[in-house]
Design a protein around this ligand. Structure first.
Ligand code: DX5
Ligand code: ZN
Length: 213
């Protein structure tokens, strides 16, 4: 997997949860690169979604890379559980943790990838001290908490600014569709998370291909 290619990571938040297993297999067949798993705790964000039990239940169904986006307060407390459940990458919010280095060290010591995310109101400068320690930066292009929101165009500047000094995975999440995908890629993003733009389409294959541009 080259970091120069654009990777598509469908967010299962928009999947039909009553048929989650089938949905996972369907996006794998349709050409998804990663599976994006949105974990929310009702504290850091005003919604509650998926826990480690669900991650371990879907782990045997696919070989795809599990990109686990933790939107939870004090993420360090749950890192071990999510890794045990099958996460390949843990992305935490810098706004939600007390010691970013601690969580980075913990995830790396378990041989997994580590990502750091910033909310729309958070300045990219907060990443200065740790940016060289992480595999991925996730720039939120909506306020975290819910799928189906509109892409915040002004986040493109933040993506550009980070791309100038960061050569690894740069992910965008929120409001990504065919049109905003292009803009994000032009700004320097190379991993696109999409919930609505994949799962609300009748052909997942066409939807994923459309996002690749
Ligand atoms: C928002 C989540 C996103 C969201 C994306 O808090 O992190 O992954 O589900 O959904 P869409 O693509 O519908 O904006
Ligand atoms: Zn997400």
């Amino acid at each position: 997997m080259s970091e120069k290619n654009i990777l598509i990571a469908p967010s299962i938040l928009s999947a039909d949860f009553s048929r989650l297993g089938e949905e996972i297999k369907a996006i794998e067949t349709a050409g998804a690169d990663w599976i994006h798993i949105d974990v929310m705790d009702g504290v850091f964000v005003p919604n509650i979604t998926i826990g480690p039990l669900v991650v371990s239940a879907i782990r045997p169904l696919t070989k795809l890379f599990f990109d686990v986006h933790l939107m939870i307060k004090d993420p360090i407390n749950y890192v071990d559980q999510f890794i045990k459940s099958g996460a390949d990458m843990i992305t935490f919010h810098i706004e939600a943790c007390r010691d970013a280095r601690e969580i980075i060290g913990r995830v790396k010591s378990k041989g997994k990838k580590i990502g750091v995310s910033i909310k729309p109101a958070t300045n990219a400068d907060v990443l200065n001290d740790i940016i060289n320690e992480v595999d991925m930066v996730l720039v939120m292009t909506v306020e975290p908490g819910f799928g189906g929101q509109s892409f915040m165009e002004d986040m493109l500047l933040k993506v550009k600014e980070i791309r100038k000094r960061f050569r690894r995975y740069l992910q965008v999440d929120g409001g990504i569709d065919k049109i905003t995908a292009k803009k994000a890629v032009n700004a320097g993003a190379n991993i696109l998370v999409a919930g609505t733009a994949v799962f609300k389409e009748s052909s997942y294959k066409q939807a994923i291909a459309g996002l690749r541009g």
